[in-house]
Ligand binder design. Structure first.
Ligand SMILES: NC(=O)c1ccc[n+]([C@@H]2O[C@H](COP(=O)([O-])OP(=O)(O)OC[C@H]3O[C@@H](n4cnc5c(N)ncnc54)[C@H](OP(=O)(O)O)[C@@H]3O)[C@@H](O)[C@H]2O)c1
Length: 288
């Protein structure tokens, strides 16, 4: 099995590279310089000409707040180009794995979101991710879309790294306590993608949308407390409501994903994010 991966320096792509190296899976990772997702046909051409067996899109416009001011660019990168990638993959009968987001939901209620629940994104980022999903689904073929949430790793921009940076210079941090979700280690997403890729390669891949996030569900404030647990000179965590932390893009209050379908279909279990957090903190400590 050989992979072609769009994205090279993102959180998930970097973990995928580590997992491929560990498992001996040959993979070509395309950076922005190799394949710019603002150029749909150039990305499609990479797929048309690849000798890989599976295509994975780990690149995206992920700046949730900036997207509010950059709708055309976000739409191009998150919706138009992934649809063209799916078309090119389908033309070659190659499986196409793509990543989407909890932000496709409006965040209402308290029940974990299932794959068949109706998306109603509240911001530009979520709308472009949803448009990417519908574009890929309309093309059909051997595709799988992994919807995930609250991704963290030892690199890139994420909540763990932000908390640690701010915690080093503040005695107390105000953290939102009324948004709940599943923090998800990027390494676990990489594992899930590899498992799905292997299934498609073996002919047992199942097309569709699949939810995949870490458990147990927590608030951002709970997650912050876990990040600083046991740390000397840890900042106090002040639990605040979303209304006290206005952002350009509205966030879902309930981001919790029901992940039973991916377990039933692929045998992929929800990762315990606390184990993933321990590994990420150990890596960050080792680098410090
Ligand atoms: N982060 C989260 O909390 C979260 C939550 C739910 C879903 N997701 C989804 O999970 C997937 C992976 O997220 P992530 O956290 O790994 O993202 P990330 O760390 O922000 O990485 C995104 C990657 O996309 C690349 N990219 C952006 N614009 C591009 C362009 N025009 N051409 C080529 N590459 C471009 C970036 O390249 P550069 O390195 O050159 O900037 C970056 O490497 C995405 O589909 C995202 O929507 C993420």
């Amino acid at each position: 099995m050989r992979l072609l991966v769009f994205g090279k320096n993102g959180q998930v792509a970097q973990e995928l590279a580590l997992a491929c190296a560990r498992d001996g899976v040959p993979a070509r990772f395309l950076s922005r310089d190799d394949a710019d997702l603002t150029l749909p046909m150039a990305c499609a051409r990479e797929i048309s000409e690849t000798d890989a067996d599976i295509v994975i899109n780990a690149a995206a416009y992920t700046a949730v707040d900036a997207a509010e001011e950059n709708r055309p660019r976000a739409r191009l990168i998150n919706a138009i180009t992934p649809s063209e990638m799916a078309r090119a993959a389908q033309g070659r009968d190659l499986p196409f794995l793509h990543i989407s987001s909890d932000y496709v939901f409006d965040g209402s209620g308290k029940i974990p979101w299932r794959e068949e629940d109706r998306p109603d994104p509240q911001g530009v980022y979520g709308r472009t991710k949803f448009a990417g999903e519908t574009g890929i689904q309309a093309i059909g073929g051997r595709y799988a879309i992994l919807r995930t949430s609250w991704v963290f790793s030892a690199h890139g921009t994420n909540f763990v790294r932000t908390m640690r940076r701010l915690g080093g210079s503040h005695d107390a941090l105000n953290v939102v306590d009324d948004q709940r979700g599943g923090p998800t280690p990027a390494a676990a997403i990489a594992e899930a993608l590899l498992r799905m890729a292997s299934a498609f390669h073996a002919g047992s891949g199942v097309a569709g949308i699949f939810h995949f996030s870490g458990a147990p569900a927590v608030s951002w404030a709970d997650f912050a407390c876990a990040i600083f647990a046991g740390q000397a000179n840890a900042p106090a965590i002040n639990r605040i409501p979303t209304s006290a932390y206005p952002t350009p893009a509205k966030r879902p209050l309930n981001s919790v994903l029901d992940c039973r379908k991916i377990f039933k279909t692929y045998g992929i279990e929800q990762p315990d994010w606390r184990a993933g957090l321990r590994e990420v903190l150990a890596r960050l400590e080792a680098e410090a």
